[in-house]
Design a binder for this molecule. Structure first.
Ligand SMILES: Nc1ncnc2c1ncn2[C@@H]1O[C@H](COP(=O)(O)OP(=O)(O)OP(=O)(O)O)[C@@H](O)[C@H]1O
Length: 475
């Protein structure tokens, strides 16, 4: 028992067993939260409840007795689920955009024997569900960001010496905090003095193994045989002059923690193979020994060389490169993160003042010039420069005249182009400017692709312009 097979527009004979009067039935379906829309087998509306009025924005009086096709024709319905169910002779489900709402609808034919008598459509406004889901996702996103920001606040408090004010550097810190949480190998690339060492420390410090040892070795600073014994250790009597008791290598000493391989681009091919076996097998053999010692170390490597190019030129093993470069971190040179320069100047001035018991200040014009400078030696050069300026400044103020000629000159050179004389045409000035800009963007690697990205022009144009200005750019 629900709907009389003699269902009609007037509602006469609605209930088979007269459990409800027509009015009772009407108020029953009106109390439904879902929209209920009943039509005959042609799509003419017989019932239309209150929820439908709210969802679809159509008044009952307007729709009763009319064919739903009219509402499709007038654009109220994008398409009619009722007509679709009539055409198919079976239930149809659909999501529809009606009345600026997202509506989930289901149209079910009802029959008298084999003969279709009409269609009943149930509809539900799921806009709010959708909004809720979006809000939930948004909240999750905010939550993640808060988490990261909290981490960053924590790092700012703990690493008050580390400057990362520029958005480029902030991005790196976010990445570093993420990779710190997992044990993947990290390859840090960047010019000399950009802070690769400081970032390697940060990865260890924020990792789960921060209580475990952090060991560092500069692979470029020692001979191959020394590097081998330093890394792998040796058994007693392994070679002449060896320590009687043998020695544990850094890979063993860093067990459970981090081994920082600085200047990884400097290691020989045979050393590369040995390192690759260690990473693959997670065990080592000491020099002069035969036994295997298991190790569990996170490898962080750094280089100022272009390892990718070295791989292409067969100077670095490709398999080792991929093993090390699981998470690549590229630290931009200081000239590409100008927002860091001012805080670095102030921080270093404060450090030098404290170290030598000084009270030196810096004149704003001097700051301007230092911020404008392209710092080829990056943060290390800046640190040294501030120390030098602070300890030699007369009257406790670093002034314009204290700034070394080469730094002032770099700025003057660029300004000089603006001083035209009769023989100097606009084209000459522009050409000189262009050349200077190209020279500034030219990195140690002479990488045309990187230059193109920095200058936001295509590599062919970079090549053409370098050629035009007679700048040597390798390949
Ligand atoms: N973001 C920074 N904030 C504060 N000091 C920094 C920052 N980056 C680098 N430094 C300082 O600059 C100096 C050089 O940094 P670091 O040795 O980490 O550079 P690097 O890239 O490893 O250099 P290299 O390639 O020559 O080994 C260090 O004294 C370091 O403390």
């Amino acid at each position: 028992m629900i709907i009389d097979t003699n269902i009609s527009q007037t509602g006469a004979g609605v209930m088979e067993e007269k459990l409800f009067t027509y009015e009772e039935f009407q108020s029953l379906i009106d109390s439904s939260y879902d929209g209920i829309h009943i039509t005959d087998d042609q799509g003419v509306t017989l019932f239309y409840n209150k929820a439908c009025e709210e969802i679809e924005g159509i008044e009952k009086a307007e729709i009763i007795g009319r064919n739903v096709q009219e509402f499709v024709d007038s654009g109220v319905y994008p398409e009619s689920i009722t007509l679709e169910a009539i055409a198919q002779g079976e239930r149809v489900n659909m999501f529809q955009n009606i009345n600026d709402k997202l509506v989930m609808a289901s149209a079910t034919p009802f029959f008298n024997g084999d003969r279709m008598k009409g269609i009943i459509v149930n509809s539900r406004d799921i806009t709010s569900l959708n909004t809720l889901q979006t809000e939930l996702e948004h909240a999750k996103h905010i939550n993640e960001n808060y988490h990261l920001e909290l981490e960053q606040l924590k790092y700012k408090e703990m690493d008050s010496d580390l400057v990362a004010r520029d958005p480029a550097m902030e991005k790196i810190i976010k990445l570093v905090l993420r990779v710190a949480a997992v044990k993947s190998s990290v390859l840090i690339q960047g010019e000399s003095g950009v802070g690769k060492g400081i970032i390697a420390h940060l990865i260890h410090k924020y990792g789960k193994e921060s209580e475990q040892p952090f060991m560092k070795i500069d692979c470029g600073a020692i001979t191959e045989s020394l590097l081998e014994t330093e890394l792998f250790g040796y058994e007693k009597g392994a070679f002449m002059g060896a320590d009687e008791a043998g020695k544990r290598g850094l890979l063993e000493l860093a067990d459970g923690g981090t081994l920082f391989l600085d200047e990884i681009g400097e290691i020989s091919f045979s050393m590369q193979s040995k390192l690759l076996s260690v990473i693959n097998d997670r065990e080592i053999t000491r020099v002069g020994g035969t036994g295997k010692v298991p190790i569990d170390v996170r490898i962080v490597a750094a280089t100022n060389k272009n390892l990718e190019r070295m791989v292409k030129e067969k100077q670095f093993r490709e398999d080792l490169y991929y093993r090390l470069n699981v998470v690549p971190v590229r630290i931009p040179p200081l000239r590409e993160r100008k927002d860091d320069i001012y805080p670095l100047i102030m921080k270093n001035l404060e450090k030098v003042n404290e170290k030598y018991g000084l009270d030196v200040e810096i004149d704003p014009l001097a700051v301007d010039i230092l911020v404008d400078y392209h710092w080829p030696g990056n943060v290390r050069e800046l640190e040294n420069m501030i120390e030098r300026l602070a300890v030699t400044a007369s009257d406790d103020v670093i002034d314009f005249e204290h700034i070394p000629f080469e730094i002032k000159n770099a700025r003057m050179e660029s300004l000089a182009f603006l001083n035209t004389d009769d023989s100097y045409s606009l084209n000459d000035i522009m050409a000189d400017f262009e050349k200077q800009i190209l020279l500034n963007a030219l990195d140690e690697d002479r990488n045309v692709g990187a230059m193109a990205r920095t200058l936001k022009i295509d590599p062919t144009t970079v090549r053409r312009k370098l050629h035009k200005h007679g700048i040597d750019f390798g390949k």
